[in-house]
Design a protein around this ligand. Structure first.
Ligand SMILES: O=C(O)c1[nH]c(=O)[nH]c(=O)c1Cl
Length: 310
């Protein structure tokens, strides 16, 4: 069986990547993923300047997933731009550069630098960070998204993916897909963490993370049904040439299988990768292969988007 996948002509040996933000902030982190069984690697979302992020404790692994309010800690745009260019000149084209400006102006600044650079891999514009204090998510402001995409595609002609927050009303899927369909977007990545959840330790009667009074993005099993609905909802509404990355709640080969049934071309693993490390890519590859053999599928296209309904 083959788990080979491609996005906009870039081929991935297998469809498994890390999710932006998880163990991907340093060159060492990134190389560790690049040399693992993962099909590719995504950088921590970059801001223009280096950031320390929010106060700790800012992430907690839980039995059913995770909660985080990291606050976009990262080494700054130049650090990741340098990394992806170096990886590209070393022959790697399966490296995705994630950017998350603190403002649309910062998004445009970074995308202009990318446009003028020699980087011709995938760029992932993160519209969905829920944890920067005082900064509402762009992904929930449809007018701002439309305005930003209009500005971007006046000059940007490389491959651009959008990392979206979860939506919870079908009219939001309709509206967001209608906006995205107007632009040469390469892929949509659904979902980012489910923003502003609250996890409590009832023994100490305290919120488990410090920033924002304990409010943070939820990942893991908490997120899977919402992630699957968002992948499915956008797959059904986006033009076929706009591809899908499925993110949210993946910790087994069966979870990957479900994301692909909903239409995912590639998948990204966050919370579970955070707790298991790079061995997870070997384990999940094997699990998915066993499932495909069991079900008689030879390649991902045999079942991608083929979810049945009653
Ligand atoms: O707090 C973060 O750094 C963060 N945390 C998330 O769960 N999603 C994001 O996109 C970001 Cl940027």
């Amino acid at each position: 069986v083959s788990m080979q996948a491609e996005i906009a002509g870039i081929s991935f040996d297998n469809l498994l990547l890390n999710a932006a933000g998880i163990r991907c902030s340093t060159v060492q982190d990134l190389n560790s993923i690049l040399t693992s069984e993962a099909g590719g690697v995504v950088t921590k979302s970059a801001t223009v300047e280096e950031r320390a992020g929010n106060e700790s404790p800012r992430m907690r692994a839980l039995p059913l997933g995770s909660i985080n309010s990291m606050g976009l800690p990262n080494h700054g745009f130049d650090y990741y731009m340098a990394y992806v260019l170096k990886a590209q000149s070393a022959g790697y084209n399966n490296v995705i550069l994630s950017v998350a400006g603190l403002s649309p102006a910062d998004d445009l600044l970074m995308l202009r630098e990318i446009q003028q650079s020699g980087f011709d891999g995938l760029v992932e514009l993160n519209l969905s960070c829920p944890n920067v204090k005082g900064k509402p998510q762009v992904g929930y402001d449809f007018a701002a998204v439309e305005q930003l995409l209009g500005e971007i595609f006046k000059f940007f002609d490389k491959r651009l993916g959008l990392k979206l927050p979860p939506y919870f009303d079908l009219t939001q899927f309709d509206e967001m897909a209608a906006i995205i369909n107007q632009y040469p977007v390469t892929y949509v990545n659904s979902i980012n963490s489910i923003g502003n959840g609250l996890v409590i330790d009832p023994v100490t009667e305290t919120a488990v993370i410090k920033p924002k009074g304990g409010f943070g993005g939820l990942g893991g099993e908490y997120a899977k049904p919402t992630a699957l609905a968002n992948v499915r909802g956008f797959r059904q509404r986006l033009k076929p040439e706009i591809q899908m990355i499925g993110t949210g709640g993946i910790k087994s080969g069966m979870d990957v299988f479900e994301h692909v049934l909903c239409g995912a071309d590639l998948v990204q693993i966050g919370t579970a990768f955070g707790s298991e490390g790079t061995p997870i890519f070997d384990r999940i590859s094997q699990e998915l292969q066993d499932i495909m053999i069991e079900k008689g599928y030879r390649r991902l296209a045999d079942f991608r988007g083929k979810l049945k309904t009653l």
